[in-house]
Design a protein around this ligand. Sequence first.
Ligand code: NOJ
Length: 735
Amino acid sequence: MINLKNLQYQLWGLLIIALYACEPHSDEKDIVGASLVSLNYDQEISVKIDSILSIMTLEEKLGQLSQLNNAGDKHIDSTTVNAVRKGEVGSLLINRRSFYSIEERNFYQKLAVEESRLGIPIIFGHDVIHGFRTIFPTSLAQSSTWSPDLVEKGAEIAAREASAQGVDWAFAPMVDVARDPRWGRIAEGYGEDPYLNAVFGAAVVRGFQGKDVSAPDRVAACMKHYVGYGAAVGGRGKQFTDISKRTLHEVYLPPFKAGIEQGALTVMTAFNDINGTPATAYTYGIREVLKKDYGFQGFVVSDWDAVKHLLWHGIAADTTDAAQLALNAGVDMEMKTIFYKKLKEALAEGTVAIETIDDAVKRILYVKYKLGLFKRPYIEKDNTRELFLSDTHRKEARKMAAASMVLLQNNNDVLPVPSGTQSIAVVGAFAQERDVMGWWKSTGKFKDVITAFDGIKSNAAEGMEVTDKVTANTAYIIACVGEPSRFFGESRNRADITVPAEQVDFLKSLQKYKKPIVLVVFNGRPLDLSNVTDLTQAILLAWHPGTETGNALADVLFGQHNPYAKLTASFPRSVAQVPVYYSRRNSGNPNGNKYIDLSGEPLFPFGFGLSYTTFEYSSLKIEQAKMPVNGELKLSVIITNTGSKEGYEVAQLYVRDLVGSTTRPIKELKGFQKVLLAPGESKKVNFVLPTRELAVFNADFEPVIEPGKFYVWVAPNVTGGLKGEFEIAGNFNAQ
Ligand code: NOJ
């Protein structure tokens, strides 16, 4: 039966090639309600897609645009079974409340492939955000490693575990630049900076999709949430966002562009309203920028119920209207479909064109081909036992968790805990807490988490006592405080971003022991730590580190891992400062960046983090003080380890464009390097910055390189470093 179908496709394919060859085609086509761009699929895929499309009924086409969510207690339910059998389901969403067994997944796939008329496989999607069974630190924590290689590896492991269980498509990376720590979803992205979101988003795409996304251990990535979700007013998600075109292009779009350039196969729209247009009806963003300017060839999926939200936003009169608005704007698949079934009516009413539906179907089929689903629709062998929580996966999770912990304070070098210490007490609300896997823990299980206490105890030096209470022998107190996962994530916004009051009281109660206190904070978001800095000698941000929490924490506390993590979002000194981020504009009065009763500067700045050793920067050398517009800025510094321990330093490259046609931020991150130095060792660290990275958007939003002077810094964090100057001469369009 399958062979017959293949033959049928091939014959249609030949006919279509012949027709295609005779027909003139343009790059852009305006049809009812939408402007479509040509798809550049290679010929083999294109032929296959067109051959299927040509024999699809409208119901089957709309089926491809539909994603059903039937997870819950009843994995196999008759409505889904019937719909799949009829070829009316393009995708199934596996949600985190439960999980399909491999048999259940294959059962649905078999219905689609062997019992539906056209045999088009289903694509199974799931939120694989920072791990699948082996849980890695949250994304914000991961970005603190400033190590795209580690992040890529983490995504690769997540893809391996998820695909073994039948997931084809991961709803990540989330690259929403976020500057308001009240917003619960700040934990899911890579911080406040567009460049870093681009770097880490791209790393995740590589980790998920690899070089060949059709390999059995890979999954399709989904860049989300398109676009500007992080700009929600007041940090209250799903709200109105007021984003100028300049901010859209400078801040919110670059991470998506970077992911598309790495070949990300899908994009998810956001929940926010952008300047009066909900993201799921945002034609400019989806059709103009993503599909036309960035040449995105994959498909766009709405977020959960986001098509329905168009009614609540007040831009759709009824369900059919909502469906046509979303499809015409470029949303190819509706997550958890209800409204897209109404496209049949929209077509009859003439508000959508069949070409628009066809374009969406093609994009979805393309992704299925790229994933190899037509060739390998089933999970043939159950490898989960060997893969899940394997030693290698746990080892990588431990490495990443340790690498993401940021040392914010270390008075009198109280850390690392000296190996001769007789007795340490590990106390506080998070000492034995297993809820340290973040908000998206996928199939991660609490029972698999190594708690702070257990990890410290099992990794303590021989003879070192580890207690769960402060005793007469206690020499060191490790106080574990923080936010439970229900304090951050989707719809978990906080107005008060301090350490919870009862935990601060607990910390105060420890003062009476007059022992060194090390505060370990398990946080999802940047917190206001101003009320705890004086109550402790050291502050170590652990974030939500995942399955290997305790082991990774022990590695850092005992000095097996010398911390090098640095903040990727500013930590405010009060929620009243929010938003506070480093790359603000200078304004006409730079002194205006403060309050009469509070500084304008954060408590811990972007890029900040301590080590158990110290570093000195010297000899900034800029190779050419004057450069042509299409040149490369080459510069170097010497970094010396002036302390007594080996350690990594993350050196950051910032620039400021001094005079231009538009105002520029006072600093913009343009690069970074991680360098390992032995005590006393000096290394020359080189940076190369192509001038196109210095392009700005002109009044027409075209990237141009403007001549003039720039400041440049190589720095340990955004506030310090060595400063130089260079100049670009001439004019050049960066496109
Ligand atoms: C809603 C969230 O906004 C999105 O990030 C997630 O991928 C979907 N639900 C699916 O769970």
